[in-house]
Design a protein around this ligand. Structure first.
Ligand code: MF3
Ligand code: CO
Ligand code: CO
Length: 252
């Protein structure tokens, strides 16, 4: 599939969708406390997206996904399905939000620590966030997708962690998952050249232990094979004429 370069109109719409995604993450943060279930988090996000934002939660019924958000706790890498399990003190959780507004997608995720988390958990969360930042810092016209992956891999492995290989970032726009695939490992100078008008996500998944994954029998939940902790952070980006714009960036 060709890569769809976005027009100024498209970018205006993507900015709106990205900011709504950011708003959902800001809204849900204070609800992430010991004792809450991930199903409750899903319901709160669903209502906010539909009623307050007049938008659509993209995961719901996407290829059969049953809920409106993904909640990935501890050794769950990604695509965790919200359910009745209660969060407990010390858990780490990724909340991944994708909204559709007027036909355009915004996609972002953050890690949250539930109560008091282990030093390892906190270090994993921080290192993974830095991986995302270092990946983003390579993005400008003329750089290559391999530059993103190399920056992420280098930082994760220097910290003694590993990069998940089976899942990647993606082009995004009217489609949830468009080309190109954005790998979180790689070699500087390799891969597709980055061009103005490209919009894609970077969403590194970093494991405290080995990189291998296992898909649970629900067909969605991806866990670390060695049951080590895993973290993920995600932003949606637009490549501008001279750099990059983070469409899901927190408001400062
Ligand atoms: N939001 C995820 C991503 O970053 C995809 C979730 S697909 C779902 O690409 F069906 F699990 F929601
Ligand atoms: Co994504
Ligand atoms: Co996502």
């Amino acid at each position: 599939m060709p890569i769809h370069l976005k027009s100024d109109f498209d970018l205006t719409q993507m900015r709106i969708a990205g900011d709504l995604t950011r708003q959902v993450l800001d809204m849900i943060g204070p609800h992430i406390q010991p004792g809450v279930t991930t199903l409750e988090l899903d319901q709160i996000c669903h209502s906010f997206i539909v009623d307050a934002l007049d938008a659509i939660p993209a995961p719901l019924n996407y290829r059969g996904f049953p809920k409106s958000i993904c909640t990935s706790v501890n050794h769950v890498i990604c695509h965790g399905i919200p359910g009745g399990k209660r969060l407990k003190n010390g858990d780490i959780i990724n909340v991944d939000i994708t909204v559709i507004k007027d036909g355009f997608h915004g996609d972002a995720s953050r890690m949250f620590a539930v109560g008091q988390t282990s030093i390892l958990g906190r270090r994993l969360i921080k290192t993974c966030q830095e991986c995302l930042e270092k990946g983003i810092a390579t993005v400008r016209p003329g750089s290559r997708l391999g530059d993103i992956g190399a920056a992420i891999q280098q930082h994760a492995e220097a910290a003694g962690f590993s990069v998940v290989r089976e899942y990647c970032g993606h082009g995004i726009g009217r489609g949830f998952h468009e080309d190109p695939q954005v790998l979180h490992y790689g070699t500087v100078g390799q891969g597709l050249e980055i061009k103005p008008g490209m919009t894609f996500t970077i969403e590194p998944m970093i494991n405290a232990g080995r990189p291998e994954t296992r898909l649970l029998s629900d067909g969605w939940t991806v866990v670390t094979k060695d049951h080590s902790l895993s973290a993920q952070w995600e932003h949606t980006l637009a490549v501008t004429d001279n750099g990059v714009e983070i469409l899901t960036a927190p408001k400062s």
